[in-house]
Design a protein around this ligand. Sequence first.
Ligand SMILES: Nc1ncnc2c1ncn2[C@@H]1O[C@H](COP(=O)(O)OP(=O)(O)O)[C@@H](O)[C@H]1O
Ligand SMILES: [Mg+2]
Length: 397
Amino acid sequence: MPHTTTLADLVGIEHCKLGFYQELQQKVEQLKSSNLELERKRTEIQALLDGITDLMVVLSEDMRIQRVNHVFAEWYPGIDPVGRRCYEVFRGTSFICADCPALRALDRDEIVKDLCVYKLGERFRQFDIIASPLKAGPTGERQVLLFKRDVTLEKEFQAQFYQAEKMATLGTLTAGVAHEINNPLTAINGFAQGLKRRIGRLQGQVDADLYEDFCEYTDTIIKECLRCRDIVRTLLTFSRPTSTSLAQVDLNRCVTDTLFVLKHLLKEQPGLTVRIDLEHELPPIHGDESQLKQVIINLLSNAIDATGGNGAIHIRTATAAGGRVELVIEDSGCGIPHELQHRLFEPFFTTKPVGKGVGIGLSTCYAIVKSHNGEISVTSAAGQGSAFRVALPGVHA
Ligand SMILES: Nc1ncnc2c1ncn2[C@@H]1O[C@H](COP(=O)(O)OP(=O)(O)O)[C@@H](O)[C@H]1O
Ligand SMILES: [Mg+2]
């Protein structure tokens, strides 16, 4: 009997088709969501990788570069490293480096850390290197992952800190020497004064020319002794500050002492004029003289840098509102753009080239002024000079 498709059959078939279609659609939805999940994970991992600022390199056993992260293109623009030997790309040599950290990591099957120095562009830079062997893949091929961090700046800052520490030690040493010089100097000065008091008795008893020479020589000895005493005193106040050095300080004297010390530096800038307006009878402040001098030195040397040795610096002291004492150091130098002004007192903020600026001058000034309950502020505009204002409480405030 031939089978005739009934309506019921047709409905059944359609039903099956519908079921199949629905199942298919479910699968498609599942696939879509797992794809979405995969994509989300991929973006997450990519964001993590992009956030890494160290150079990452995957090397094969024979030191061929297999993969690099985005940092490579920043450090070596326009170079495709994949497939090339790492020593060719990084060192420009045709032989494997002695003591290669990647090889050591593979040999020992452990993480190896090292510090390497080589050229990046035109400059030698220092890199912290971490080489970690990766687990062998299904083909058994071994790989090593290299992390390279450029630590040149960190190392330079460290060196500058050691230098600063050395200078502080030198300050202590200088103070010691200054003390030692002070004693014989006092004796020389005392005896010269003694001679001067007695010299009158020789008048008429010796040749007039000889008598005049005696007078002149004695005066010169005394004058030069006083000059040495001033130098020694200045050196003493520049030594490392101690907790006992809080005293009443005359800010005007701090300014003149500092200028005395910077005299030679200023002489080397013939295009620079320095105007000084110090208020008479400025109230004293309570503080650490050597630290306050350090503030003046830092502000003055910044002003000299800003003028590039050509222009004017104006230093003034005055009594301000509320019994405060104010010091203003103004220069006609390059000025500071508005958008940088809020960063000036941050440690290590500098716009000067490496080797010229470290960026700790103003942050030190800020710390010193704050510890004296004072305020430091700046007004400046790019190309129009700057004025740094330090306000400190006067003793009777
Ligand atoms: N008088 C000034 N004129 C222009 N810029 C200045 C002046 N003083 C400070 N600056 C800016 O502030 C930065 C930080 O100064 P500072 O902390 O003394 O560090 P450094 O002098 O080592 O750079 C300088 O690099 C410079 O850009
Ligand atoms: Mg400075």
